[in-house]
Write a protein that binds this ligand. Sequence first.
Ligand code: ADE
Length: 239
Amino acid sequence: MNFHVLTLFPEMIEQGLGTSITGRAMNKGLVSLHAVNIRDYAANKHKKVDDYTYGGGAGMLMQAQPVYDACMAVQESLEKPARVVYMTPQGSIFNQEKAKELALEEDLIILCGHYEGIDERVLEEVVTDEISIGDYVLTGGELPAMVVIDTISRLIPGVLGNGVSADTDSFMNGLLEYPQYSRPEIWRDKAVPPILLSGDHAKVDRWRKQQSLLRTKQRRPDLYEKYMKEHPDAEKDCK
Ligand code: ADE
């Protein structure tokens, strides 16, 4: 999968994703990251990309021309037009389902805004999806873009190491994950739940499913309700 990020701060994206699991995925050729500096497409000799807003008000706005030209340059380098995701607090809230949907794309263009935003006219021209990572406002779209790229990348086969699968994680099946324990068996007088030491895999699986359901019910009643509508026998199945 190829990510093309349109940004005024390409080094932020490259450095943020260049280490750990995403960095390794790039080195293995499982994903590629192409950070495009929007400033390189400014048509004026001062390489200016922002200006005051019509109608007044504080702050500067990113202008349409460099954003449009940067986006078109990427689109023209591709065999077929790619979706263009604009990171904005006005978008629909990002979740695992949206990540799964976007992971099916071969190329994805991600547009990061800065200052007070981007001229509406270019957004109307090029953007196919608007995504927010939550109801709070960041200084720019770069961190949200990294969140989206990280989440999608770990769904791509081979990105998570040896046989580790993304699909037992929290949210992948619509429930929160069960609690997990490692050595020692007793730590600060707290024992590992005995069932996990029993060696009975069927029992362990049932216990984990119960714990997932319980946690989701207590911590995310919204997710629990949705899950129970789709799986009415879930509680019974792990008794
Ligand atoms: N840009 C600024 N804040 C944002 C948010 N919450 N989500 C996506 N992009 C943003």
